[in-house]
Ligand binder design. Structure first.
Ligand code: MCA
Ligand code: AMP
Length: 504
């Protein structure tokens, strides 16, 4: 009986002695060894009483074992729920409670904190550390290297990924086996990945880009990855000669261009550089080509949809655009008021439909209905236009979102914390241009009459509640926020006022 995701992505490599993961310390994990380890982990998970459809939340460092947990969930029919390692206990408790996760896998250093939380929510806790040690692997060591793959249908859930919202409440995007599989197949083909490809992998594996784009594409192609724990310029430069390709957020490419060791010689043998998760400035695209002769291939996606568009592998990779809808993906530009399709060339909201589009938000039917139309089109919240040659341009966002170094930050989440602080009447959080991260966070605070709020105490409160990458890099005090005639805060005026604060 089938399990489409496991069978095609993982099972297809059973017994293969080909390299899958090449680690910074020189170790190589073959496909066969990886799958044996995944089978052991699947055994440990089911032995602990987990049943198909149960959620497994993981806040763990990047490692081969962490990836084996993803494969094990696929094999055992469990729903994998990866979580950013930067999330605080406050953030985690919401995800765990909302998802109803049965198991939380975390670093041993967080065990006590998470156990206290988990016991109230009926979840168990296992540990998995960056070096592959921990209770999960201890139990897995006693399991068989073969595991009877659990039957699944393409429409069954494979993963939940939490994405924040404009109301400040995160939503669990439910991704099916077919969502992941269809996108991996399409991308591997569109970008011509083959078994002899070696991907330089320095992205985190708790978001779509590092897990479902980079890793799934390499699994679909049967290639290998130089699997680095994080983006580190020295490591990237040292490992590039052994790679054929790289995927990254624009910050990766800006940082490479800022290093003199990154020369055309170093990049000459590379087949492909891909960028996504945030806008790649046309300027970065041009500088990269001038330095290396390579035109970065930019693509566009979302947590809810995986990848929607891509610049062509053959043909012109047009700077400042995200290319064409992928095969099987329909994309239209609509009027935000009427939902009607508008003519090419005009700016409107981007809507997409296809096998890549998620099933909805976990236990949030109203939010699902507000964004996912009954005819299957998903309203992305991005604003764009299609040019005369069919290239899609993203020109802005219809949602209040900041993207810093490829991480999404919803201002509302931060405003809720700031507004709660003593002496604060109200706040507005905005994104301003930043030379390294693309955008960075600024908090604008309006004090209550006669009050001078303690900004240090405010930052402490933010640290307590929110992940480091969401923290405002500065707080400014203003007497009042600019508002339009409808009393809506005009963030565009604030963004304009502070746009040069971090200019490089
Ligand atoms: C780290 N910091 C950040 C960020 N990353 N602050 C804001 N934005 C960030 N992205 C914090 C650090 O904790 C540190 O705090 C300080 O900023 C500077 O850290 P630095 O050493 O410069 O950062 P880093 O550790 O080198 O990380 C930067 C990074 C990393 C390499 C760009 O953020 C990264 O790997 N980003 C990739 C994100 C990603 O995978 N996104 C895909 C989402 P302190 O000052 O306390 O030391 S999936 C997606 O978007 C869709 C679906 C798509 O289309 O792909
Ligand atoms: P998320 O699903 O939360 O990880 O982020 C998805 C959002 O990232 C999209 O809705 C876009 O706003 C943005 N995004 C992803 N890729 C690109 C890109 N190539 N250019 C511009 N924005 C992008």
């Amino acid at each position: 009986m089938p399990n489409p995701l496991y069978d095609e992505m993982f099972g297809a490599h059973a017994g293969a002695s080909t390299p899958f993961l090449m680690l910074a310390d020189g170790r190589v994990v073959t496909h066969a060894a990886f799958l044996e380890q995944a089978a052991r982990v699947a055994g440990a998970l089911t032995d602990a009483g987990l049943k198909p459809g149960d959620r497994v939340a993981a806040q763990i460092e990047k490692s081969p074992e962490a990836l084996a947990l993803y494969a094990a969930c696929a094999q055992a029919g469990l729903v994998f729920l990866p979580l950013n390692t930067a999330y605080t206990a406050d953030e985690l408790s919401y995800f765990i409670e909302n998802s109803g996760a049965s198991l939380i896998v975390c670093d041993a250093s967080n065990r006590d904190k998470l156990e206290a939380m988990a016991s109230g929510l009926g979840a168990n806790v296992d540990t998995l550390n960056a070096d592959g040690s921990g209770t999960l692997m201890d139990r897995a060591a006693g399991m068989s290297t073969s595991f009877a793959t659990v039957d699944r249908q393409g429409d069954d859930l494979a993963a939940f990924l939490y994405t924040s919202g404009t109301t400040g409440r995160s939503k669990g995007a439910m991704l099916t086996q077919d969502n992941l599989l269809s996108n991996a197949r399409t991308l591997a083909e569109e970008w011509r990945f083959q078994a002899d490809d070696v991907l330089l992998h320095a992205l985190p594996i708790f978001h779509t880009h590092g897990l479902f784009v980079a890793t799934n594409v390499m699994l679909a192609a049967g290639g290998s990855m130089i699997f680095l724990p994080r983006f580190d310029l020295d490591q990237i430069i040292a490992n590039m000669p052994a790679a054929t390709s790289m995927m990254g957020v624009p910050t990766f490419y800006r940082r490479l261009l800022g290093d003199d060791r990154f020369t055309s010689d170093l990049a000459a043998h590379m087949r492909l550089f891909i960028s996504g998760s945030a806008p790649l400035l046309a300027e970065t695209h041009v500088q990269f080509e001038t330095r290396t002769g390579h035109r970065i291939l930019e693509r566009y996606g979302m947590t809810e949809t995986n990848m929607n568009t891509s610049n062509p592998y053959d043909g012109e990779r047009r700077a400042g655009t995200v290319g064409f809808p992928l095969p099987g993906v329909e994309l239209k530009i609509t009027d935000a008021e009427t939902g009607e399709t508008i003519p090419d060339g005009e700016v409107g909201q981007i809507e997409v439909r296809g096998p890549n589009v998620f099933k909805g938000y976990w236990q949030m039917p109203e939010k699902t209905a507000a964004e996912l139309r009954v005819d299957g089109f998903f309203i992305t919240g991005d604003l764009g236009r299609i040019d005369e040659d069919g290239y899609v341009h993203i020109v802005g966002r219809n949602k209040d979102l900041i993207i810093s170094g490829g991480y999404n930050i919803y201002p509302k989440e931060i405003e809720l914390v700031l507004d709660d602080q003593p002496g604060v009447l109200e706040s507005a959080v905005i994104g301003v241009p930043h030379p390294d991260f693309g955008e960075t966070v600024v908090g604008v605070i309006v004090p209550e009459a006669g009050q001078i709020p303690d900004t240090e105490a405010m930052m402490d409160a933010v640290c307590q509640s929110l992940a480091r990458f969401k923290h405002p890099r500065t707080l400014v005090l203003l007497d009042e926020l600019p508002r339009n005639t409808m009393s809506k805060v005009q963030k565009n005026i604030l963004r304009d006022q502070y746009k040069d604060m971090f200019a490089g």
